[in-house]
Design a protein around this ligand. Sequence first.
Ligand SMILES: NC(=O)c1ccc[n+]([C@@H]2O[C@H](COP(=O)([O-])OP(=O)(O)OC[C@H]3O[C@@H](n4cnc5c(N)ncnc54)[C@H](OP(=O)(O)O)[C@@H]3O)[C@@H](O)[C@H]2O)c1
Length: 181
Amino acid sequence: MESTKKNSVFIATSIDGYIADKNGGIDWLHSIPNPNNDDMGYVEFASNIDAIIMGRTTFEKVCSFDVDWPYDKPVFVLSNTLVEIPESHREKAFLIKGTLSEIIAQINGKGYNRLYIDGGTTIGNFLKADLIDEMTITIIPIVLGGGSPLFSEVPNELKFELVKTKTYLNEITQSHYKRKR
Ligand SMILES: NC(=O)c1ccc[n+]([C@@H]2O[C@H](COP(=O)([O-])OP(=O)(O)OC[C@H]3O[C@@H](n4cnc5c(N)ncnc54)[C@H](OP(=O)(O)O)[C@@H]3O)[C@@H](O)[C@H]2O)c1
């Protein structure tokens, strides 16, 4: 496994910065016809991570999908309310507790260094602690007007540099940013 420690975000938002609509729905993510099932860089991104840190809401959402478990890397779930991972997912997902620095140290200690950080509140908490190194943000051309925001307040501004920007399906823009430290 790679030894470089890195916390990355790969997420899709509406133009107005929401990652789920007012009802918690994400159907709008698929509102642009995608006849050839372009993965928009996700497969390559996923092949370069060692583990996933996910908020409880996103975990429960993924569990509710009527599809096979979509991850081939360990998923560490953050929650103050969940007591245990449902039996159906115990081989794949693990509840993890502590401060974010403790959690990262614990996961890095298992040899997982390149981490995919997922879920709006979770990403917000990582940004507040300046623990995000890279973000790939895919913008779907829709204004949702409310829902789960990707961003929340951070105590200090965080500068990022643009690594690359790409357009998919003539409608969707994707920007890859790296934290400037
Ligand atoms: N557009 C996309 O690409 C995309 C990607 C991912 C998710 N989503 C959607 O976004 C929505 C989820 O967003 P969300 O804002 O609710 O965020 P989330 O990060 O998935 O879940 C938030 C929950 O995670 C737990 N949590 C987060 N940070 C924690 C910490 N430091 N310590 C302990 N627990 C922590 C808390 O769980 P407890 O309440 O249990 O304490 C918190 O309520 C879902 O609807 C999901 O489907 C969309």
